[in-house]
Design a protein around this ligand. Structure first.
Ligand SMILES: C[S@@+](CC[C@H](N)C(=O)[O-])C[C@H]1O[C@@H](n2cnc3c(N)ncnc32)[C@H](O)[C@@H]1O
Length: 250
């Protein structure tokens, strides 16, 4: 395709996108703007309120979440089931409680061993693990929605198997637990069994390179293997960054 025809195609796409945005704002002018604004304001709460966070991993990667959930038509007023695999101090949990949940019948299940492997605890990556669980409980209680949170302590594979045997199902699953490729693959497969059709799964740390050449100790190979095996059931959602991977269940 010549350069001119590529530019022409791009202009056409932009033209249709602007028409669609206009139509949406005619239906409800304040809808999109309001929701994105609300969600952005709430992210600031994670810094200004009485939270105890020693890491800002989630705040570094979540900038696009407000727009993504708004684009997918997420309605926090409806009862929602959310599963977070790996919650650490609860920064993502608190963000989800503040932004994705506004119904007393909603629930967030949080799975964690509340440990970080010794080998990841080097140099600048020394985490304050003392009282990690208490810090998680404190942070979640700051939201005032702690009654909506179920915590399952232990290796995620076993707790996920329990959830599968109880036939629970979820609207959104955030996979951010063990970073070993085989563990991420196991979390993905078991999590997928729990995800509703039309549900969303986000993987963190797709491009994590902590162990450099040691690819079996990083999430990417686990995520890629999962996507390959389940490709018929998956729609990949484009995001402005590649550090996380977002999948919709067809
Ligand atoms: C990167 S942190 C999660 C951060 C959190 N999602 C956030 O955004 O604030 C990873 C967490 O996974 C947990 N984890 C590691 N291996 C696990 C396993 N096999 N089962 C359950 N949790 C695990 C660790 O204890 C740690 O708290």
């Amino acid at each position: 395709m010549s350069k001119q025809s590529r530019i022409f195609k791009l202009c056409k796409l932009k033209f249709f996108k602007s028409i669609l945005e206009r139509l949406l704002s005619l239906i409800n002018p304040s809808w999109r703007k309001q929701m994105t604004q609300n969600l952005n304001t709430q992210s600031n709460n994670l810094i200004t309120q009485d939270y105890q966070f020693t890491q800002t991993w989630f705040l570094n990667v979540c900038q696009y979440w407000p727009e993504l959930f708004s684009r997918l038509g997420w309605n926090s007023k409806e009862p929602k089931m959310i599963l977070e695999i790996g919650c650490f101090e609860g920064q993502a949990t608190c963000w989800m409680l503040e932004n994705l949940i506004d119904n007393e019948n909603s629930q967030i299940f949080c799975l964690d061993i509340f440990e970080v492997p010794e080998e990841e605890q080097t140099g600048q990556y020394k985490y304050d693990l003392k009282d990690l669980f208490q810090r998680f409980i404190h942070n979640v209680s700051v939201t005032g929605k702690e009654d909506l949170v179920q915590v399952l302590v232990g290796d995620s594979k076993y707790n996920l198997s329990q959830l599968v045997s109880h036939e629970l199902s979820f609207d959104f699953i955030y996979v951010d637990g063990s970073h070993d490729a085989k563990d991420v693959l196991a979390d993905a497969i078991l999590g997928w069994m729990l995800l509703k059709k039309g549900g969303l799964m986000i993987f963190d740390d797709y491009l994590w390179e902590f162990f450099e050449q040691d690819i079996v100790s990083a999430p990417k190979m686990g995520i890629d293997s999962f996507i390959n095996c389940y490709s018929r059931e998956i729609r990949i959602i484009r995001t402005p960054q590649n550090y996380q991977v977002c999948l919709l269940k067809k």
